[in-house]
Design a protein. Sequence first.
Lengths: 83, 450
Amino acid sequence: MNNDMDNMKEEIRTLLEDALPLVDFDSDFLFSELDSLGVTTILMLLSDKYGIRLEASDATPRNLKTLESIVAMVKGKLIMNNE
Amino acid sequence: MNSEYEMMMLEDYIARHARQWPQKTAIVCGEERCSYEELNRRASERARALRDTGVRPGQIVCLRAYASIDYLTTYFALHQIGAVVAPLEQDMPETAFSRIASQLEGYEAPEGIADVLYTTGTTGKSKGVMISHRAILANAENLIEGQGFSQDLAFIVSGPLSHIGSLSKIHPMIFLGGTIILVDGLKDINRFFSAFTYPAHKIATFLVPAAIRILIQLSADRLAALADRIDFIETGASAISQADMEVLCRLLPKSRLYNTYASTETGIISTYDYNNGHCIPGCLGRPMSHSKIIITQEGLIACKGDTLMSGYIGDPERTAAILRDGTLFTSDLGLIDSEGMLHLRGRADDVINVGGFKVSPTEVEDAAMGFPEMKDCICIAANHPVTGKALKLLVEMAPGIQLNKRAVALYLKQRLENYKIPMLYEQVQRIARTFNGKPDRKHYQQRPFE
C-alpha cells in the first residue's frame, strides 16, 4: 500500500514538475505558490492521467496544500470512480 | 452622451458621486466595501498626506498594482494632486521595480498625463506609455457606449491593475458611479464565482482568452448556472479561439460577449458582440465613437482619436516611429470588411502575445543566455492546452550537459516578470539561425508543435 502511494507520488511529481518548472512541489505551502494557471494545469493533467473528473471546486487550499494532499485527492477520486 | 471630459478628470466624478449618492458602494474587495463618500474622503486624505511627503504635480510615482481598495485609493489620490501613476506588476522582481523607479525619477511628465503603463517592445526594452486624463475618459466613454456599461452595473475585475485590460474597466465604472468588485485572479475560483452573487441589478466582467478557457474547461456548469446573471463578458488583449467563442455562446445564450481591439498605445478602439448569432472568428467590430481605424498599404492597423497614448516617456524617437500627426501605427495586421468591421490577421513583428501580455522573445533569450553552460537558445510561441499559447524555450546546452529546466526557470524568475518565463522547455542539438546569425524565428513558426 505504501509502495503504491510512493509510486503514485513520484509519478505525479514527475508529471507536475515537467509542466510547472517554477513550482516547488516539496513545499508545505504549495497552494500559496500556485497561480490560477498552475491550479488549472494541475487539475487538467491529473484528470487526463488518471481518468478522473477534477473540477475547479476541487482546487481548495486543503487539497492543494502539499504533494501528499494532491495524491490523497487523486486517490479519493479513484475510489469514488470504482464505487 | 454629453462629452464633458475635456475639462474633467476621473477623480472629479468620484467627488460628484460622493455628493449625489454617498452611500452607493464604489469598490468591493473580499469582505471590505467602500462607498463613494468614503472613497472620496480616503483619496483626499491620502492626497494631502502624499503632498506633505513632497509628492509634486508631474512627478511619476511607481506603485505595485495590488487588487485592493488601498491601491485604488492611492491611484486616485496621486491623480488628485496632479502626480502620475506608474502601476507595475505585483510580482515584478525588486531589481526591475527599482530600475524603473530610478529611471522615472529623472522625468517630469507633461501636463495632463495620468498614468505611465509599461509594455514590452520588439527589442525587449520596456516602454513607459503615457496615458492622459483625456484618453482615460475617452476610453471610458467608448466602453460605455460600445458595451452598455451602466450605473446599476457591478463589474468584476480579476486581472492585473497594471494592465490596460483590467485598469480600463475601473475607469467607466468610476465615470458612471457603478460598483467595482476586485478579485485577485482566478486562482481561488470559488471567490471568483461568489463575486457573481453580489446584489447588483447587472453583473459583467473582463476575462483574457486564457481565463475563458480555464473557466469553460473546469467550471462550465457553474458558468452556465450564471446565464441569467451575467450581462456581458468582454475579452481581448489576445486572440480567442473560435471553439472557445462557440462554447461560451452556448453556455451564456443571453449575455453579450464582446471581443475588443485595444492596446496600451491605442486605447480601446473597437468591439464586437460575437453572441449575435454569427460568431465571426477574428472579428473585432466597428470603431467606437472616439476612434477611427485605417489600414495602411502594408496591411497594418493604424488608429486615430482621443484614446491614443501621448507618447513613450523619455523616448521621443520611439514615439515618432509610431505616432505621427495624430495617427498611431501598430504592428498588428488587419483588414476592414464591407460592413466596416475590423478583423485581426496577426502581427508584423516578433512580439509574442501570451494571455494578453506582450513578450519580446529577445528579452527572454538575453536573460536565459546568462545561465551557466547554456550555449544558445530561442524563445518561441507554442500551443498549450490551458492558455492556448505559451512561451517555449528551445535550448542548446554545452556538450555533455543536460538541460535542467527547473534551474533555468528559477534563474529567469530572478530576472523577469512571471509572465515572461517560458512554461515549456526543450533541449535541442542546435538552434537554427539565419545567414547573418540572427535566430531564425520563421523556421520555428513553421514547425508543427505537438
